[in-house]
Design a protein around this ligand. Structure first.
Ligand SMILES: Cc1cc2nc3c(=O)[nH]c(=O)nc-3n(C[C@H](O)[C@H](O)[C@H](O)COP(=O)(O)OP(=O)(O)OC[C@H]3O[C@@H](n4cnc5c(N)ncnc54)[C@H](O)[C@@H]3O)c2cc1C
Ligand code: SF4
Length: 445
């Protein structure tokens, strides 16, 4: 059972040293370990776990950070059940080794000890790279490029770096200090950061591109789109990402949820917003989803966590209006169902829906949180003439170069089905390695 307590302190307690050692000794240190190939960043899991078993936490942390500069974040928020731990051979004889929690033991040690920055690579290449955005994808690319000696400049629209790690992952799953520490590690490698610059608004995309040999676009996804229903302007309507960002920045006074909260959507963001609402003191939090439980986008462990926190779910429910005069008083809903014509090959999540006739009902509530996914940016691709489809740039799947030479796109802006920090990190590394290879070949070594 996942531990819980109200408040914003980290939910998952760290392992004690004895627990970590016992757990590390459960590892079979497989040759050709499947956990390694199921980690998108290819961390040498058996090697770091062996270091822990032998009491060398600094060595363990070095192994992790060498492949994944955001190892502290990933230790906390990776969906390990479907990645490294899902592939652990020990699931066959008892249970998977707790790889994520062991990773946290090593990376927390590094954080607490003021671990030195990663060593530079022996090969040095000379390229000047501009990166737009400073989320996980950008930080990973920047760190890798810097280790090869490239000049790296990051342009970030917000006041702090880290992207969703800083502003979007709820505090009780990843404290802000963790993300800030990781940014400091990248800064210490010599990456330059420019804050408060929204490329496309404060400076043109062409201008930024012209300043650098190579441009990497790592802008993530856009804001939560409006639902387009009456009442969205009422006081008490929040967009999930803004609400989470307020809690991350400790700006609790700006939030007034009341006691009954409705959350629209059933993905990871909805779970995070709903559990945040609980921790902010709401007594009744209900997730409304227009499809059934089996089509819900959140992971199974997130669903369990939400239920354990006391969040209610109401399936097959479409909100058609938010009710109230000045402040939210309730929501008007209709029931939905799968359309009778089954579309072969389409997942339940994408099957067409119909609204049931005469199924209207109202639910009283004090606030509504919209968590229906993020929009996609189109301006970078349009401004630079990058080939795209539905606002998603076309990239070489191995290098992440776009159709415009020396312009790369990485991370959530590629609109992946299952967006994860660890995949964004790997894309950043792959783009950086392609740039390094290219400049080494061209003699800029
Ligand atoms: C609520 C929520 C919960 C999540 N939970 C998990 C989880 O548990 N596990 C997990 O692995 N993943 C999780 N994710 C997904 C994960 O956060 C993303 O996959 C990851 O952050 C993507 O990294 P990125 O670098 O592509 O983009 P982002 O983190 O979105 O960073 C993009 C950055 O670009 C900046 N930017 C955008 N446009 C411009 C511009 N024009 N000029 C300058 N800067 C710009 C933004 O300000 C931002 O800092 C979650 C996401 C959300 C929303
Ligand atoms: S980075 Fe994530 S997927 Fe990779 S080993 Fe660590 S916890 Fe597992």
């Amino acid at each position: 059972m996942i531990p819980t307590h109200l408040g914003f302190e980290e939910v998952m307690a760290p392992m004690s040293w004895q627990e970590a050692r016992d757990e590390a000794l459960r590892c079979y240190y497989c040759y050709d370990a499947p956990c390694m190939s199921h980690c998108p960043t290819g961390i040498n899991v058996p090697e770091f776990i062996r270091h822990i078993a032998e009491g060398h936490l600094q060595g363990a942390a070095r192994v992790i950070f060498d492949d994944n500069i955001l190892g502290s974040t990933c230790a906390r928020i990776c969906p390990t059940e479907v990645l490294c731990e899902g592939a652990c051979v020990r699931t066959k004889d008892s249970r998977a080794v707790s790889i994520g929690r062991l990773q946290r033991v090593a990376t927390d040690y590094a954080m607490n000890q003021g671990f030195p920055v990663l060593p530079a690579k022996s090969v040095k290449v000379h390229a000047n790279v501009g990166i737009v955005g400073s989320g996980p994808a950008a930080l990973a690319a920047a760190a890798e490029l810097r280790r090869y000696g490239c000049e790296v400049m990051i342009y970030e629209a917000r006041e702090q770096a880290g992207g969703l790690d800083t502003y979007g992952i709820v505090e009780f799953r990843e404290p802000l200090a963790v993300s800030q520490w990781e940014v400091q590690q990248v800064q210490a490698l010599g990456v330059q950061f420019h804050y408060g610059i929204n490329v496309g608004r404060d400076v043109s995309w062409e201008e930024v591109k012209s300043r650098h040999d190579v441009l990497i676009i790592a802008v993530g996804l856009g804001p939560v789109p409006a639902l387009g229903i009456p009442g969205e302007e009422l006081r008490g309507v929040y967009n999930a990402l803004e609400l989470i960002a307020l809690t991350k920045m400790g700006d609790y006074e700006a939030i007034d949820l009341g006691s009954r909260v409705v959350v629209i959507g059933a993905g990871n963001t909805a779970v995070d917003a709903a559990t945040c609402a609980k921790r902010l003191g709401a007594t009744e939090v209900t997730i409304l989803y227009r499809r059934g439980e089996e089509a819900m986008p959140a992971y199974a462990y997130e669903y369990e966590f939400a239920k354990h926190e006391g969040v209610n779910y109401k399936w097959w429910t479409v909100v058609t209006a938010i009710l109230g005069d000045n402040r939210v008083k309730g929501v008007h809903c209709k029931q939905s169902a799968l359309a009778p014509s089954d579309v072969p090959g389409r997942s339940l999540r994408h099957q067409p829906l119909v609204i049931k006739e005469n199924s209207d009902f109202e639910m009283p509530c004090d606030s509504v949180i919209i968590a229906t996914g993020q929009s996609r940016f189109s301006s970078p691709w349009l401004a630079l003439g990058i080939q795209q489809e539905n606002h998603v740039p076309t990239v070489n799947p191995l290098t992440f170069e776009t159709s415009v030479s020396r312009v790369y796109a990485i991370g959530d802006c590629l609109a992946p089905q299952e967006a994860t920090v660890v995949s964004a990190v790997q894309q950043g590394k792959q783009a950086a390695q392609d740039i390094v290879k290219r400049y080494a070949k061209e003699g800029n070594v």
